[in-house]
Design a protein around this ligand. Structure first.
Ligand SMILES: N[C@@H](CCC(=O)N[C@@H](CS)C(=O)NCC(=O)O)C(=O)O
Length: 221
């Protein structure tokens, strides 16, 4: 049974797309204009929340990007992209995997919304600046970890790197990457140099062109 991933260009659905490329699983990529709940209401048939990702694997439907990464890693990449419960880094891995979305991506969505996405009369520069600062402060635990290690945990690249790596890529879209500390900046370059990351970028562009969807990145509200 082929996996189907519903995606908007550069949105959080990029995390599972990147995972699928890391693992080398076959999948069907459906690209939607952003935000699908406004631009194409047929999307509600796939996810009643209107958000991407929506991930379909047989009878299973999932809508949380970090959870999908965890699912794919555990099911298809044991002890490689996944960290098993009997490995010393298991708890650290789960913490970092979820830190990428819950702690690092959430404040950035406020920056996007109030700096870029809202019409001028609703823009809130103070909110955007405060959440940008908050996001950057939340990177502080990564700096010593990445100064000492190539990847986040377990001595190898895992789904936690996909989760956190995407949050750093998103910061680049928001022009925040030039405020990264040195080890975080170098790690951001390392994750983006991965062949699977590059294949995922190419796959989203190819699918968008084939499906007639503009290549403009999602504002990620
Ligand atoms: N916590 C969810 C968030 C999903 C989410 O909010 N996705 C955004 C794009 S990055 C979206 O679809 N926004 C459109 C909307 O809210 O209508 C995840 O990690 O997948």
């Amino acid at each position: 049974m082929t996996i189907t991933l519903h995606h908007c260009i550069s949105a959080r659905s990029f995390r599972p797309l990147w995972m699928l490329e890391e693992i080398g699983l076959p999948y069907e990529l459906r690209v939607w204009p952003f935000p699908p709940r406004v631009k194409d209401k047929r999307y509600f048939e796939h996810n009643a929340l209107g958000t991407v990702p929506a991930f379909v694997d047989g009878a299973l439907r999932m809508t949380e990007s970090a959870a999908i990464c965890q699912y794919l890693a555990q099911r298809h990449s044991p002890r490689a992209l996944d960290v098993a419960p009997d490995e010393p880094a298991f708890g650290e891995y789960l913490n970092l995997l979820h830190f990428g979305e819950a702690t690092l991506t959430f404040p950035q969505t406020l920056v996007l919304r109030y700096r870029r996405f809202e019409p001028d009369e609703r823009k809130q520069p103070q909110v955007a600046d405060d959440y940008a600062t908050w996001f950057l402060a939340r990177l502080r635990t990564l700096e010593p970890r990445l100064a000492a290690n190539e990847w986040l945990c377990a001595g190898r690249f895992t789904a936690a790197d996909v989760s956190v790596g995407y949050a750093l890529v998103l910061a680049g879209y928001l022009d925040l990457a030039d405020r990264f500390t040195p080890a975080v900046a170098a790690y951001g370059q390392r994750v983006q140099a991965r062949a699977a990351y590059q294949r995922a970028l190419a796959a989203q562009d190819r699918a968008a062109i084939e499906q007639g969807v503009p290549l403009t990145p999602a504002p990620l509200a």
